[in-house]
Design a protein around this ligand. Sequence first.
Ligand SMILES: [Ca+2]
Length: 372
Amino acid sequence: MHAVNLSVSDGEKAVLTFCFAQSSDAMYFKEFKLSNSDCMAKPVIFVTDICEDPDDALALILALASPEIGVKLVVTSDEKDGKRAAFARALLDALGSSNIPVVRGHESIKEGSGAVIEKVFGSTGILARTKIPEEKDYVSTIRQTVKQNPGISIISVGTFVELADLARREPEIAGSVGVTLMGGALNYHKPGKAEHNVRYSISDITGIDSKPVINAAMDLFTSRMNLRFVLGDTTFMPDKIGITKDSETYKLFDGLGSTAAALVQANMDAFFEKYYKVSIMHDPLTVASMLGDSIVEFGDKKIAMGETGEMREAGNAVEGMVLRQLKVSTNANYSEFMQLFSQRISALVLKSAQNELKVLERKEEVTKVKIK
Ligand SMILES: [Ca+2]
């Protein structure tokens, strides 16, 4: 794919955008403009619980760095007073994507969530200077974005409350949009528990019938939405797609000094301190599944889900589980993914750092001229 695109934006200032991509080998260049351009890009809405596990921030960077897709809207989930939305806003701005709107999702329905975001807010002044996006009706915003972008699809790498709300309030819109989501597991590494994104979509608070007041996992599973699951069985590969403090990906951000690098590094450091020494790239692998057919393989399977969010293949279903035919991930090419991931995020992060430096140098020049 390659294209030259001349567009007019920002007060009739012409912006020349050059896009070039070579099959799936990750070779690409985008000159003159950092943000996602529209050239041949498939529009997507990105739903994320950003600033907990740092893989969300890295997934967003991968999406922005990928010419095959164009992010039209970011919706946060598992919100903590709009702080995830503020983090997304700051990261997008730092990467030259101020044109992409961010809408706050539903407040967290789970006790104990949000430890990382609180720590990151306390550790970097960048977020203190970022305006927290105002509360808005996220379902209306999603509907509007879907109507404005024919053929749009949704990548969900957070919890499911917003998608379940969309399915309930706008069933026609919801039914018209394909959703690729990270979540669910058929053989979860914590036996008897539901996978994280599924579990965090089911509220702790129970109603009079002892069922959770919100069960967005079951609501989504039983909705008419066209769902494609990138399962934890495929993504939980710490040895193959895990990032630690010794990884090249960590070193890319460490000490680079740009705003984007500082945000991502603060996120990684807080996660490593609060939770685990490795962050597994569940969410970037999910984004990569949208970039061609070679990285993640999918198959059609009959899947069962229980009230607790536990998922099984139909053959192992127990009483009370609901059955549905679904597209689920069956395998992935991890080395191809890591190569594409590393190349693309480095290109965007380094380019944005260079641009930030140029702006600073220009400001210094202006100051010097004024002093003279
Ligand atoms: Ca996530």
